[in-house]
Ligand binder design. Sequence first.
Ligand code: ADP
Ligand code: MG
Length: 323
Amino acid sequence: AALVNQIAAGEVIERPSSVLKELLENSLDAGAKRVSVVVDLTGDGLIRVEDNGSGIMKDDLPLAFLRHATSKISSFDDLVRARSMGFRGEALASIASVARVTLETRHQSDAVGSRLEWVPGEDPLISPWDRPVGTAISVRDLFFNVPVRKKYLRSPQTELGHLTEAFQRVALGFPDVHLELSTPSRKIFSLPARHTPLLRILDLYPTFQEEDLLYHERGGEDLRISLVLLRADRLRKDRQFQHLFVNRRWIRHPALFEAITQGASGRISRDLHPGAWVYLDLPPDRLDVNVHPTKREVRLLDGDRIFSLLRRVISEAFEGFSE
Ligand code: ADP
Ligand code: MG
């Protein structure tokens, strides 16, 4: 089983930023309203994510690290309806097979929490641990037992860049969650909970002013598109401000980027990419996120309809700027 886990880990866990992405998604799935991240990529490396979510019940704790152990689906029906970001039960098992993991947690129904120390190949140590409701997971020494993968890690600076990017993508999808990112020597982001994505964007990109951005939304029950558009004169050739979220999850979707480009045609010069943060909300049964284990790609069942609506909404939104 250990080997199977290590192989699968290669798919999900490529580098420190993939660990962070998975841990953040688990915190959000657990309903956390506050999540703080500390990373130290010097030396053996540490990624610690602490949340005020549901916590894990004492009896469930050993299960969390088993492959395909997920608390998020219990039937095929649930699988189709899954709203949460994880539901494959792979991330913790994968991380725990290639790093030293400690987890401290308390569920609200437990009077005392627990601490679990996991070293691949050994029996986990579980002991009582006092802490508020929620979970803190520390991942140390990533790939210590997979030297070939460790060799491919870049400089701490480069890896921190990837980590910051992963953090920002989550922050953009969840403006209503208080999020912090720091290293031992500095606070990189401290983002208060916000009511709108526009305010979160201003927190993340302090060089933009409120009048540079425009919020627009359209649609109904089964498909809602909301977006924040960046004023054409704030666009830069060397930077792309374009992000797409489906049910709050950041995704790649070249076809929908094309819809954004088409919707912006005539509004911005051809050599620039339109600046847009686009949020699609649709019923989970209209998409398939299990195309790839990292869930960065989704298949949309009403792709054509979404394409034309998005193109139209982008074009409409630009009109808002000229008033
Ligand atoms: P998945 O998210 O796909 O269910 P994971 O391997 O990411 O699988 O997590 C396994 C299980 O561990 C989750 O289903 C959840 O029950 C539990 N878990 C992990 N992280 C947290 C957390 N921060 N708060 C509460 N429960 C957690
Ligand atoms: Mg998960």
